[in-house]
Design a binder for this molecule. Structure first.
Ligand code: PMP
Length: 278
């Protein structure tokens, strides 16, 4: 496929990333994953704003202006003739011999590519089961950095147990999943962890809260516990690739009736409309 490498669209074979890229040995970089529906970038501005925040907080300068970068991503999607899929974009602190301090001369290295990815229609319909796990990550989970080892281990922990994902918690307070946010429904109200340093501020999370507001479904951003999760009427996860996926079991115990609940379905329908309106 065609890659965006720094400022240029190139065939993959012409992208040469150095083994001395700091992304490779320090995970010293940031990334974004954009969703493409019907050849169009979904919530592109929100993703660009989050990228800018990640970049600013880890002190990496974006190699181009956000508007220009967005334009290049649109061209990347077109060059790959992508209709349903994702755009992966990463920016590292650049190439330098291995030493912890920020290198004086290194320039950020940007690359992006597309992936064909059908919508997760089966999981969105039938739901997934999840297992709980200690959240052992650092205290800046709001930054979308390349350091995903805890998330990788967490996802594999779930798969090894026949579950679709993990739900992570800090001392019994639920934070998020390995690559998605999590919401519960109790008495018709949505509850989800506040957007602070302990979770990634999911774009889909924000979309769902906006849709809930439009649908006049009450939503509360507050920490909730594993026991509240177990007793919830409905549970669902949100993410760029997960969309709104119902959770039908936690640690082997069935949630609700073991199917997607009415609030989840209403939100899913509104989410469908937001895709059609794109
Ligand atoms: N939390 C984590 C840890 C994630 O990796 C993701 C996926 N980007 C999310 C939440 C969901 O965020 P979004 O809705 O922006 O994809």
């Amino acid at each position: 496929g065609v890659y965006l490498y720094q400022n240029r669209l190139l065939p993959q074979e012409e992208v040469h990333i150095s083994p001395e890229d700091r992304g490779y040995y320090f995970g010293d970089g940031i990334y974004e994953v954009f969703r493409v529906y019907n050849g169009r970038l979904y919530e592109a501005d929100a993703h660009m704003r989050r990228l800018q925040k990640s970049a600013a907080d880890v002190r990496i300068e974006l190699p181009s202006e956000p508007e220009q970068l967005l334009h290049q991503l649109v061209e990347l999607v077109a060059a790959n003739r992508l209709t349903e899929g994702t755009v992966y974009l990463q920016i590292t602190r650049g190439e330098a011999s291995r030493s912890h301090p920020f290198p004086k001369a290194a320039a950020p290295v940007l690359m992006a590519f597309t992936n064909v990815l059908p919508r997760p229609l089966a999981a969105v319909q039938s739901g997934i089961s999840i297992v709980s796990m200690d959240d052992i990550r650092w205290l800046r989970c709001d930054l979308k950095t390349l350091n995903l080892l805890p998330n990788v281990l967490a996802k594999q922990h779930a798969l090894d147990r026949g579950a679709g994902d993990v739900v992570m918690h800090r001392g019994g307070t639920v934070t998020e999943c390995s690559a998605s946010n999590i919401m519960i429904v109790m008495g018709g109200r949505i509850v989800t962890h506040p957007a602070n340093n302990l979770i990634l501020h999911g774009i889909t999370r924000a979309v769902v809260l906006r849709l809930a507001n439009e649908l006049e479904i009450a939503a509360e951003e507050r920490p909730f516990t594993l026991s509240e999760l177990m007793e919830a009427d409905e549970v669902f996860i949100t993410g760029t690739t997960a969309e709104i996926t119902p959770v039908i079991a936690v640690d082997g115990a069935t949630i609700g009736g073991g199917t997607s609940g009415p609030v989840t379905r209403k939100l899913q329908q509104a989410f469908e409309r937001s895709i059609e309106a794109l």
